[in-house]
Design a protein. Structure first.
Length: 197
């Protein structure tokens, strides 16, 4: 209702993300029954919507020294916002996804993987804390496990998040935004970042 009374990009994100987070927390029992690869994608969708909100209202948190580009890129009225929110550019579009989780991660589009691992991953604790305050939802930080997404995610699966953390280019991207990669490098042999499928 606040968004309807005072429409703006910031109030739109607040309304959108508050409803998304509420749905996530209310329906964990449904999400937990999804396959591992689907649960991975559910987590990626969440961190992306939280990140785009921060790019608009707290761009320094989201992008560091590149903050000035944030609000223009994620205005919900612009086409560029799809670069961050359209998971169809990142993952298979069919349901259910039958590709193994590791292959799905490594087949993610190179630019999307650079965003997820090089820009967003080093900021996840601060991002979830910001979103908890902005959306008045104190449970949000509990959806991380030592900085790793953990919504309906089992501790034994934690290492899967490191699979996409490959290649020195991710360290360069993180450094360009004023961060350092915190996740350990993937122990797996990685595919070239420009390869898709």
């Amino acid at each position: 209702m606040q968004c309807i009374r005072s429409p703006s990009p910031a109030s739109w994100y607040h309304a959108h993300n508050a409803s998304i987070v509420s749905g996530y927390l209310r329906h964990e029992d449904l999400a937990v029954s999804e396959s591992q690869v689907e649960r991975f994608m559910i987590n990626v969708a969440l961190l992306r919507v939280l990140f785009t909100h921060a790019m608009l209202v707290e761009p320094r948190l989201a992008l560091g020294r590149l903050a000035r580009f944030g609000p223009r890129l994620v205005d919900p009225r612009s086409r560029t916002v799809k670069l961050f929110l359209d998971l169809g550019r990142s993952f298979p579009s069919e349901y259910p996804v039958t590709t193994p989780t590791e292959d799905t991660i490594l087949d993610e589009h190179a630019i999307a993987r650079m965003l997820d691992y090089g820009v967003i991953a080093p900021r996840l604790p601060a991002l979830y804390e910001f979103s908890a305050v902005a959306l008045d939802e104190p449970r949000l930080p509990t959806l991380l496990d030592e900085g790793v997404p953990a919504y309906v995610w089992r501790p034994a699966e934690r290492s899967l998040w490191y699979v996409g953390n490959t290649g020195p280019h991710l360290r360069v991207i993180a450094r360009a935004t004023g961060e350092r990669l915190l996740w350990q490098p993937s122990p797996k042999a990685h595919r070239a970042p420009w390869r898709r499928g």
